[in-house]
Design a protein around this ligand. Structure first.
Ligand code: CAA
Length: 415
């Protein structure tokens, strides 16, 4: 089919996070854990913490509004909301985003879950839809808040972020290559039963499962004729904590019989970890935050092949490559990304513990949340078991590439 030859991939990519952060220095002062364990051992310096009126919807709406403000919504036919920290068992989170942004009605909106792998499944589904009809665009939103029990080993690997990806034909940033390698293996390494707000995890088993899945996906990728390792310029790994990417790259090189010099591994991965080491784990958004960091970095990647390793506990994983489009730097959103990271307000350990323990009332009454976020969308409260969201200010869509527009909340914006 002619449409199979049209390059399809990521036309725009951006992320947003919460307005608060807890630094690992502040955490270490109270836990008594040596700071070096956080900074070097797991490779984390800070983690995003949601304010009472922030959640996966407000973060995703903020990221999506920037994309829609730049490109308009006229050609978006599908919105896939990938999350493993959903706010409703039935209703897709993307419907709240659809309403907050005033998107047109002729869009199919669904939610997708498979732990941290969900967004990659969404990207592949989106790619297939666009190959079927290259005039259509798909908005993929990946939004998660990683929460573990207080005082548990997972606690320092919490975090939050939402990534928005516009998938189109003839993309400006990256063309998604074929083939990809996939791997599924049922394992209880990390899970969250419906009645829990914090994840359960077998830490060591999860690291083994991740590495096992890397072997499985890369083997499948190679067996199907994927780009050989020497042709892949850099690999973005899913980063539950950034040292995990180092473990993964070491594992891949070792299996390929290549040298595993720690300094070389650190140098190869550094451009992919700059955001995640201060945001923390954002589950299914994490890989795409790593990709944003790579594209925002100083090294030109025009025409290069980059690898993406997506791992979702439980487990499903995929290794794919993408070709960076010439001129991609004219389309990246470095300023907005740096602002998202640096504008967060540091909070005390005591304030963090209060926020961690806070839950939305479930009595069906009317409850307002404290107005805290400076972001353009907020969770105003709950009433009759319904979440009430509101738009509070304009969203800057960022510098123009294919046309610029500052989208007023509730308006899709033109492109
Ligand atoms: N200075 C420097 N390094 C130090 C140190 C110090 N003072 N003290 C300890 N370290 C090092 C350790 O040697 C260790 O390094 P290695 O792994 O290279 O050996 C590292 O710090 C961590 O130390 P521990 O293993 O003792 O840490 P821990 O028991 O507290 O748990 C963890 C670590 C298992 C990752 C835990 O944080 C956890 O359970 N996290 C959540 C699960 C997770 O993220 N799993 C990743 C794979 S699953 C996935 O990817 C999906 C997902 O998003 C969840």
């Amino acid at each position: 089919m002619a449409s199979d030859r049209v390059p399809v991939g990521i036309h725009d990519l951006t992320f947003r996070t919460t307005s608060l952060q807890l630094t690992h220095a502040e955490l270490a002062r109270h836990t008594g854990v040596p700071l070096a364990k956080y900074h070097q051992g797991i490779g984390q310096k800070a983690m995003s913490i949601p304010a009472p009126d922030e959640d996966v919807i407000t973060m995703a709406a903020h990221a999506a509004a920037a994309v829609v403000g730049r490109h308009g919504a006229d050609r978006i036919r599908t919105l896939v909301f990938a999350t493993e920290t959903s706010v409703d068992q039935a209703k897709a989170g993307g419907l709240y985003v659809h309403s907050l942004l005033g998107l047109p009605p002729h869009i199919r909106v669904v939610e997708l879950k498979q732990a941290c792998y969900g967004a990659t499944a969404a990207l592949q589904f989106a790619t297939a839809l666009v190959h079927r009809d290259p005039d259509q665009q798909v908005l993929v939103l990946a939004s998660d808040i990683a929460r573990y029990d207080l005082d548990s080993p997972g606690e320092p690997t919490q975090g939050a972020a939402a990534a928005a990806l516009l998938v189109t034909a003839r993309p400006a940033l990256l063309e998604i290559d074929t083939p990809s390698g996939v791997f599924t293996h049922e394992v209880m390494d990390f899970w969250r039963p419906n009645y829990r707000s914090t994840a359960l995890v077998d830490g060591r088993a999860s690291i083994d499962a991740y590495l096992n899945a890397l072997t499985g996906t890369f083997g499948d990728h190679q067996a199907r004729g994927g780009a050989p390792l020497h042709r892949i310029r850099t690999i973005c790994y899913h980063q539950p904590f950034t040292r995990m990417a180092h473990k993964a790259h070491h594992h891949l090189l070792q299996q390929a019989g290549l040298p595993t010099v720690p300094q070389d591994i650190a140098a190869a991965l550094a451009p992919t970890t700059t955001y995640n080491e201060v945001l923390g784990n954002s589950y299914t958004a994490s890989l795409y935050v790593a990709l944003a960091a790579l594209l925002d970095g100083p090294t030109p990647l025009d025409g290069e092949t980059v690898g993406l390793f997506s791992y979702g506990s439980g487990s499903v994983a995929e290794f794919l490559t993408a070709t960076v489009r010439p001129g991609y730097r004219d389309h990246v959103r470095t300023g907005a990304h740096r602002a998202a990271v640096t504008d967060r307000r540091p909070i005390s350990y005591a304030a963090y513990r209060d926020l961690h323990s806070g839950t939305l009332p479930t009595d069906g009454g009317s409850h307002a949340t404290a107005a805290a976020t400076p972001g353009p969308y907020r969770l105003a409260g709950v009433r009759d078991h319904r979440r009430i969201y509101e738009a509070t200010g304009p969203v800057d869509a960022g510098p123009a590439t294919t046309g610029r527009c500052v989208a007023a909340p509730g308006e899709g914006g033109g492109g």
